[in-house]
Design a protein around this ligand. Structure first.
Ligand code: GLV
Length: 399
């Protein structure tokens, strides 16, 4: 077993272990993948201020996200098909998150169903909702999340239609995989994965199959998103869903200050600055670049979180320093899951915790709740597309 010291070690193991089509699904952005690349690359623009001779004892990473206590401000973002990365993957990830003390978010497009995850965990998890055309299905899935005691509904707003990821089309992505010759040749080198999958019954979209009507090809993500997702989702419908749910609501996929104002106006508890991991509108700005403009617009009215490009605890610290109250990881935990199952998700969280804690200490800070822009050095180029929203006297380290 190789020594694992960083998230990218998990990605390399994941790549070796999991069929190509599912690795590619996780590791793709849409079209040219510019936004996907910039989500990570733009973190590198931000540098850290080293501070010394500061008492670092008694550091704290615990805080709250959307009113819930978290061991560190890092939630597991919803990711589709994770039960294809590792057998019963959503249950494994939910258990790892629960033991660690951070939120797990179950995707509508999961393999294990809401009920399945609830049955195999002890603490409430969050449920991510995609809005389908079928009102009946919508009402029932919200009811199912409530019955499973999910403690927040995460409504995704940036995927009414699916962005094109070239490799998914070329690979013929489906769950379970269709056994074409190229797939069989690939599976022949992934026997550990195959053996695990033969041992589980959970190989279909568990929240959909048997629950939604008129699904043409339920194995094909592309086909059923095109058929089922509601392209008419608008702010009125968001308000209706808020009423139907009646609990903690998080709006995910906000990338513009105007939309952030709407999110605050409808009375959501939190919003997630997100471009869907660069998987939807290619050419959109990275989440970390957009974050300050959204914090400036609504940070005093609604909790602002962010996802997109986080691969280390240093990235988490940078997002918090720019005003995020919480961060979400997607690929970072999926790499861990694909590499080593539940233990891999735990490893991903431990790596991030250690990096966040050490970085915070070396920046001379002791509490994750007190991070601010003073820990960063920000080059003028960071503000090329969206100027620094702070008034001039406050821009102490804008250069
Ligand atoms: C679904 O959420 C996807 O990005 O594939």
């Amino acid at each position: 077993m190789p020594v694992i010291t960083e998230i990218d070690d998990l990605r390399r193991l994941f790549r070796r272990r999991v069929p190509r089509m599912f690795y590619d699904y996780a590791e793709s952005g849409s079209w040219t993948e510019q936004t996907f690349r910039e989500n990570t690359a733009d973190f590198d623009l931000l540098r850290l201020r080293q501070r010394v001779a500061v008492d670092m004892e008694g550091r704290n990473l615990a805080t709250t996200m959307a009113g819930q206590e978290v061991a560190m401000p890092v939630a597991l973002a919803p990711v589709g098909l994770t039960g294809m990365q590792s057998a019963d993957g959503e249950i494994k990830a939910a258990r790892a998150a629960e033991a660690f003390g951070v939120p797990f978010t179950l995707s509508t497009m999961s393999i294990c169903s809401i009920e399945d995850v609830a049955e195999h965990t002890d603490k409430p998890f969050w449920f991510q909702l995609y809005v389908m055309r079928d009102e009946d299905f919508l009402r029932r899935i919200i009811e199912r999340a409530r019955a499973a005691k999910c403690s927040a509904l995460v409504l995704t707003l940036d995927l009414q239609i699916l962005g094109q990821r070239h490799r998914d089309l070329k690979n013929g992505l489906s769950a379970p995989p269709k056994l074409t010759l190229p797939v069989m040749l690939d599976l022949a080198t992934k026997w550990g994965w195959g053996r695990e999958m033969l041992g589980t019954k959970r190989r279909f979209f568990g929240n959909i199959v048997g629950h939604a009507k008129d699904v043409g090809d339920a194995a094909s993500l592309m086909a059923w998103t095109a058929e089922q997702f509601d392209p008419r989702l608008d702010w009125d419908k968001v308000r209706r869903i808020k009423e139907m749910w009646g609990g903690t609501l998080i709006l995910k996929g906000i990338l513009d200050a105007e939309d952030a104002r709407m999110a605050a106006e409808v009375g959501a508890d939190a919003l997630v600055v997100s471009n869907h991991g660069g998987r939807q509108l290619d050419g959109a700005l990275s989440s970390i670049r957009v974050l300050p403009s959204i914090v400036a617009a609504v940070g005093d009215r609604i909790e602002v979180h962010m996802d997109g490009g986080i691969r280390s605890g240093q990235d988490v610290l940078k997002a918090l320093a720019l005003g995020a109250r919480g961060t979400w990881i997607g690929r970072a935990w999926v790499y861990g899951l694909g590499a080593l199952g539940q233990a891999g998700v735990t490893t991903a969280l431990e790596l991030i915790r250690k990096e966040l804690d050490t970085t915070m200490a070396l920046c001379g800070r002791k509490d994750v709740r007190d991070l601010d822009r003073d820990v960063l050095l920000i080059p003028p180029a960071f503000w090329d597309y969206l100027p620094d929203p702070r008034p001039e006297p406050e821009r102490r380290n804008a250069s």
